[in-house]
Design a protein. Structure first.
Length: 649
């Protein structure tokens, strides 16, 4: 049920918000997926109607507990796979990547075991060579997705002839890799000899229109958009009607009695019943005044919802509580559902060695099915499927790319390291962000890559070598000691050790492996590290003076609360825009806590909303190397100012 099994799962259909940040090719494919999604929604509603009577009767029915070997989340996951076939199915299939775990490493959650120092370092870690060797996942995938495979192999048959000449939609026609808006016009000048793009030509065949070419793509895309909007409107109306009709027909939903709750502890309901009850409770909570039973408070419904979600999705109560607080109940369900589905496999072009379009062409020549991640990055590619493990291609071995989660690009983009700067990555292993920084710095200046965990540093060093980074110094300190070791950095990245609640789809153990004490220790460490990062930065840097704090966790304790703490302890920094033009603003208020207003400048990313791992990014500007404490000015160790003072003496 951990990250490895996720390799088999299909991609989640994208919510509309994501379409804004994905390329056109991807969008058209997802149009179809959206269509499927609406259809499946309708089916679900119909099923709900059919089952409502049976369900009401069965709420108290005792059923055997699900077998231990197949967890509720695991069973449910199989049911949740989007249904589609043919070329769409091919696009949706997760890439066959033996190295998906190396991606996991990159932002892996740190398991608490040995206390504050060694505690966060136990996430599974594979060296490059292990990654390259493990190429058996293709078989694994084949047996798991027979239907899709048939469709895919048909497609592959069709594609075989084209493999070398087939162009990625918005890459090869795009000289500068920048404006996808210009795709159509550029394509016009580049499409000689390109008959059609296979992914789209089926549409043409299906509806009797001519196949899609680079020339007519824009027009066809607009037509699809209009059709999709119309379909969605109709589906929405139908759903509303069905809901209303169902509400009228349905017996009012009854919460189980306390006796039934006790009985269910011994003999839990089956998963379908629990899922139905979750849907019912969400429906009641969303229309509370009309659908509630007068004897029950909102808390009664919430308590049952938590119990059911813990059981159904496999979380401990502590974490379920924390995560539920972040969302409305409907959105919480979306979040938990998204955690059951693998994120798309993404890679980052190593611009020290190649360009994205060259890399894309090389991989396409190997039969890899890919697209740009979205407009927001010029170096990222999404891999839909691949006949070879993406961690074992010659291009991978030669360091032309890093397998890296899309979310993990974001803190580096926010940090914006410049050529000839002195940059610190305080928690760097296994090096996804360090190597990205080095690429942006074009191997100039100095990139200090630190991590407290020696084992993880092996992968850091291996990646630095593979990607041809030559400006890096690797060191092995506890980040909290860092300003005393070396300071005066132009920019510092603290990609902090965290609980990993943003990467549950990669590491399901996060659902149960932490309690209140672990969170207490973790947030304490994060607070100490963030002060260290600030103190290691030189406010007088001619080009920088910036600190980025990021986590792959979505809990407010590890994100806004840590940043707010830093603002209170270090009045010599302020939050600034991250420069990331998507993501949700950080909380300024949360369950009775009030944070500094500028916390709205921080950015939150969610699996269900952005189709990437859950992530948090905050960017500080250091204004002064001195801190005013009462009527005294203090210069914390590590800033450039202190070094200068020493030199003068
Ligand atoms: C989220 S991971 C970093 C991922 C990395 N930035 C990347 O992009 O590949 C957090 C890292 O913090 C390290 N760490 C834990 N405690 C630390 C400490 N006290 N000082 C420095 N690093 C620490 C862990 O070993 C782990 O590698």
């Amino acid at each position: 049920m951990g990250g490895r099994n996720n390799k088999r799962r299909q991609h989640m259909p994208l919510p509309l918000e994501i379409e804004k940040i994905t390329g056109k090719a991807t969008k058209a494919v997802y149009d179809k997926m959206k269509h499927d999604q609406v259809r499946s929604l309708k089916q679900k509603t119909a099923a709900l109607k059919q089952n409502s009577a049976a369900k009401a009767a069965s709420t108290g029915t005792k059923r055997a507990a699900p077998a231990q070997t197949q967890s509720p989340a695991g069973q449910k996951r199989q049911k949740q796979q989007p249904q589609s076939s043919g070329k769409d199915a091919k696009k949706q299939k997760p890439a066959v990547v033996a190295e998906a775990d190396s991606d996991e490493d990159e932002d892996a959650s740190m398991v608490v075991e040995d206390g504050p120092d060694g505690g966060w370092d136990n996430a599974p870690l594979e060296s490059d060579s292990e990654v390259a060797d493990s190429d058996d996942s293709l078989d694994e995938f084949d047996s798991a997705n027979e239907e899709d495979d048939e469709a895919a192999s048909e497609d592959e048959g069709e594609d075989d002839d084209d493999v070398v000449t087939q162009k990625p939609l918005s890459l090869l026609s795009d000289e500068s890799d920048d404006e996808e808006d210009s795709d159509a016009s550029e394509a016009d000048s580049n499409d000689e000899g390109v008959e059609s793009y296979d992914e789209f030509s089926t549409d043409g065949e299906d509806d009797g229109e001519e196949p899609i070419t680079f020339r007519n793509m824009e027009k066809r895309s607009r037509k699809l958009d209009a059709q999709r909007e119309e379909d969605e409107e109709m589906a929405d109306m139908e759903l509303k009607d069905q809901d209303q009709a169902a509400d009228g027909e349905r017996e009012a939903f009854e919460l189980p009695s306390s006796e039934q709750v006790e009985a269910e502890k011994e003999a839990p309901l089956d998963l379908t019943q629990v899922q139905m009850r979750i849907q019912e409770i969400v429906r009641v909570l969303n229309n509370f005044s009309e659908l509630r039973r007068p004897q029950h408070s909102r808390n009664d419904y919430m308590d049952q919802l938590k119990r059911d979600m813990c059981f159904y999705y496999g979380y401990n109560e502590f974490l379920m509580d924390k995560l539920l607080q972040l969302f409305t109940v409907s959105e919480a369900v979306e979040f938990f559902e998204a955690n059951e589905v693998a994120r798309p496999v993404t890679i980052r072009t190593n611009t020290l060695k190649t360009r994205r379009r060259d890399l894309a062409q090389a991989l396409i020549n190997r039969g890899v099915n890919l697209d740009p991640i979205g407009k927001w990055t010029k170096v990222g590619l999404t891999i839909f499927d691949s006949p070879v493990p993406v961690g074992a291609t010659p291009e991978y071995m030669a360091g032309h790319y890093m397998i890296q989660a899309a979310s993990s690009f974001l803190p580096v983009m926010a940090l914006g390291p410049q050529e000839n700067e002195k940059v610190l990555d305080m928690s760097a292993a296994p090096g996804g962000k360090t190597t990205y920084c080095a690429a942006l710095m074009k191997n100039t200046g100095m990139m200090v890559a630190n991590d407290a965990n020696k084992e993880r540093e092996k992968a850091l060093v291996a990646n630095i070598h593979r990607l041809g980074v030559s400006n890096a110094v690797v060191c092995n300190y506890d980040g909290r000691e860092f300003p005393k070791v070396m300071g005066g950095f132009d920019r510092v990245l603290l990609d902090a050790p965290c609980s990993g609640t943003g990467v549950i789809s990669k590491d399901a153990s996060v659902k149960t492996n932490k309690g209140p004490e672990d969170f207490g220790m973790l947030t304490h460490l994060q607070k100490e590290l963030i002060l260290s990062a600030i103190d290691s930065t030189n406010a007088d840097s001619a080009t920088g003076g910036y600190i980025v704090y990021s986590t792959c966790s979505v809990t407010v304790d590890e994100d806004e609360a840590v940043v707010n703490y830093a603002l209170s302890k270090r009045p010599n920094v302020k939050l600034v825009e991250t420069g990331l033009d998507f993501g949700r603003p950080g909380f300024t208020r949360f369950r009775g806590q009030t944070f500094h207003n500028s916390l709205s400048l921080t950015r939150r990313f969610y699996p269900h909303a952005h189709n990437m791992d859950g992530f948090f990014v905050a960017k500080f500007k250091k204004l002064s190397n001195k801190i005013q404490v009462g009527d005294k000015q203090i210069v914390p160790a590590g800033s450039g100012a202190k070094l200068k003072q020493k030199k003068k003496h």
